[in-house]
Design a protein around this ligand. Structure first.
Ligand code: 5GP
Length: 195
């Protein structure tokens, strides 16, 4: 993997971590564990056109925006990357906050889908691309079903996407197997602070 520090701020060199992996592997849960255990790490808040799930807070979990608003963000080139995920909704990373966080020397992380990770690879190749992998396919299915937030039709669509996404592991710099959420979070944070 690349050993170059991406940005040097007042707190020394930090790297941008791009966390991707198949749907329902637990990227969101690992990101939440990073937020809780490592409050110094900045995690990007994406814009999305999907509706909030129960308990999700605008500006915290996502910036929930209309289609028109998303069009405007794209037209004004305010997104570092964006993609239509699961053929349903658009998701994108606001560019300004990422640049500000890195300029301030904060360890920074994006949690995005594979299409988005491929775009960031082109524009910020010095970032570290991390693939979060489930312990097994059965475990991935169990997590997706257990979440219970999708309809059967949407779940099937997400599983089909997940099968393709698992095949992309080789494109990444590092693989972390999500056996246990806190261990995965600590492994991720260790990558942000090169020795
Ligand atoms: P969910 O709807 O379950 O919150 O997220 C669905 C998928 O969208 C996840 O795979 C998540 O990583 C991805 N995602 C969330 N934010 C972004 C983003 O800003 N850009 C891209 N490309 N994907 C995102």
């Amino acid at each position: 993997m690349s050993q170059q520090p991406a940005h040097v701020g007042p707190q020394g060199p930090t790297r941008l971590i791009v966390l991707a992996g198949p749907t329902a592997v637990g990227k969101g849960t690992v990101a939440a564990a990073v937020r809780e255990r490592h409050p110094d790490v900045w995690i990007s808040v994406s814009a999305t056109t999907r509706r909030p799930r129960p308990g999700e807070v605008d500006g915290v979990h996502y910036h929930f925006v209309s289609d028109d608003e998303f069009d405007r963000l794209v037209a004004e080139e305010q997104l570092l990357e964006w993609a239509t995920v699961h053929q349903v909704a658009r998701y994108g990373t606001p560019r300004g906050p990422v640049e500000e966080s890195l300029a301030a020397g904060r360890p920074s992380m994006l949690e995005i889908d594979l299409q988005g990770a491929r775009q960031v690879r082109k524009t910020m190749p010095e970032a570290v691309f991390v693939f979060l992998k489930p312990p097994s396919w059965d475990e991935l299915v169990r997590r997706l079903v257990g979440r219970g937030t999708e309809t059967a039709e949407e779940r099937d669509r997400r599983l089909a996407t997940a099968r393709d996404e698992l095949a992309a592991e080789a494109e990444f710099d590092v693989t972390i197997v999500n056996h246990e959420v806190h261990a995965a979070a600590d492994d991720l944070v260790a990558l942000m602070r090169p020795a």
